[in-house]
Design a protein around this ligand. Structure first.
Ligand code: SAJ
Length: 438
């Protein structure tokens, strides 16, 4: 049986039955893109509430509107289930499960292990499998392939076609979407690449084939390690400028006038999100097993994780100039999401900053239009209801995440003191005696 030919034909005539394992901010948009391309797609997720929501035509992912779900489910193009047994009837499945870190800072591969165990029960000859979850180079071959072929019934490249294709979803971004962002794919064998590129090529605008799964895994880690290290560099520049008494924000604006050979990054109160602070540590963990120390990653990570403490020191200094000890001061933190205009709190530096301020005896409140409450570790807080009152009453208003809907002019007018960790106040803040910047 020539499964390559059979699968390529099924992808080309859209008769292939597609599965997406994991319906989060990566998996759901991917399932939608495959369904919109004309495939019948089954989304699979163990969390019942997600399945219920989709069955009711409700999206829980920022980038997918309700009406898209309603159209695709009503036409039968998109179904959702928590029953993994449906996998036995599918021709192709993308794995989009989380790859977080453990508390120890080591990779948490439990989601990948669990999904590989489930898939193992149902994988069958003539099936394509693509792993999308960001992970260390070698995962696709060492974990997924070995699990799916451990009983030697399937032969990769002949009746099982396995590849890695890194997700490049940036939640909230509208210029680049799952469909139009170039998609790197690397197969375990050339036939794996041929089959999976044919599949993805039916739905995505640009597929970038590479020679192996490891190249694809490593490309993703380069993308996000590049970002993490450059943010670490500019954060250290901010610390240097603080020592030198030079305005880092003006320095960056000046450097950014260079039309080539420079890329602008901004210092901040820390590094949040589920990608940038985490992905590079998957790489450093893997290299440690090969007796190599990833010094750049380790140093940048150290600098980035030190930024919340540096920020709190600067807040303390700012209060000091107003003859206010931090102990007992009322501090209002503006913006706790990990980046502007989204509702995601994961790894947000605001959590560290609030914790450090409270440790120093400050009375901390927060406001975030996207995050009504914080329920994280021992932190239980509600976003303040009366924003204007809280700004006026605070001894210091700290801009941690510069959501675009804040009116920074009125904040500078009403606040006694503003600590601006994001240069949200811009030039107006530069000449304002009430404003201190990172
Ligand atoms: N940050 C800085 N300074 C910067 C840029 C970011 O301090 O110059 C901070 C942010 O405040 C945030 C963290 O870094 O706390 C991460 O920000 P991010 O803009 O990198 O946003 P993410 O984490 O959503 O990164 C995603 C990534 N996308 C994927 O992994 C598919 C990343 O590769 C993208 O480059 C990034 O979106 C993007 O460009 O928006």
């Amino acid at each position: 049986m020539n499964y390559v030919k059979e699968l390529v034909t099924k992808f080309e005539n859209k008769s292939a039955r597609i599965g997406v394992l994991g319906l989060g901010y990566v998996g759901l948009p991917l399932a939608v893109v495959f369904a919109q391309a004309g495939f019948e797609v089954t989304g699979i997720d163990p969390i019942e509430s997600k399945i219920k929501s989709l069955e009711q035509g409700k999206s829980y992912v920022l980038d997918v509107p309700d009406e898209t779900i309603q159209i695709l489910t009503s036409t039968g193009k998109l179904k959702a289930t928590s029953d993994f047994a449906v996998l036995k009837d599918l021709d192709a499945v993308s794995i989009c499960v989380p790859t977080p870190l453990r508390k120890t800072g080591d990779p948490d591969l439990s989601f990948i292990f669990s999904v590989a165990d489930s898939l193992k029960k149902y994988v069958h000859p003539g099936m394509a499998v693509v792993l999308e979850s960001t992970t260390y180079p070698g995962t696709t071959r060492e974990l997924i392939l070995s699990k799916l072929t451990e009983d030697n019934t399937l032969k990769v490249g002949e009746d099982l076609f396995l590849a890695f294709s890194p997700e490049r979803v940036d939640p909230g971004r509208i210029d680049y979407t799952t469909r139009n962002t170039p998609k790197v794919i690397g197969g375990i064998t050339p036939a794996c690449l041929e089959v999976t590129s044919s599949w993805y090529g039916q739905a995505l605008e640009k597929v970038i084939p590479v020679s192996s799964a490891e190249v694809a895994e490593m490309a993703k880690l380069l993308e996000n390690t590049f970002r993490m290290i450059n943010i670490g560099l500019v954060n250290e520049m901010a610390i240097m400028c603080d020592r030198l008494g030079v305005d880092i924000w003006e320095v960056i604006e000046a450097a950014s006038t260079k039309p080539f050979g420079f890329m602008k990054f901004q210092p901040g109160p820390g590094l949040g999100g589920h990608c940038i602070p985490i992905d590079p540590l998957y790489l450093s963990w893997k290299l440690k097993t090969l007796n190599y120390s990833t010094r750049f990653i380790n140093l940048a990570s150290e600098i980035n994780t030190g930024m919340p403490r540096f920020t709190v020191t600067k807040i303390q200094d700012a209060l000091n100039t107003h003859k206010k000890p931090i102990n007992g001061s009322k501090i209002l933190v503006l913006g706790v999401a990990y980046k502007p205009d989204i509702d995601d709190l994961r790894e947000s530096p605001a959590l560290d900053i609030i914790h450090l301020l409270q440790e120093k005896g400050a009375q901390v409140q927060y406001h975030d239009p996207f995050i009504p409450s914080i329920n994280h570790d021992e932190l239980r807080m509600q976003s303040v209801a009366d924003f204007d009152k809280a700004v006026k009453e605070a001894d210091c208003v700290v801009i941690v995440t510069n959501h675009s809907l804040y009116d920074y002019t009125s904040i500078m007018r009403d606040a006694k003191l503003v600590f601006d960790a994001r240069n949200a106040t811009g030039d107006a803040g530069k000449d304002n005696p009430k404003v201190v910047k990172l």
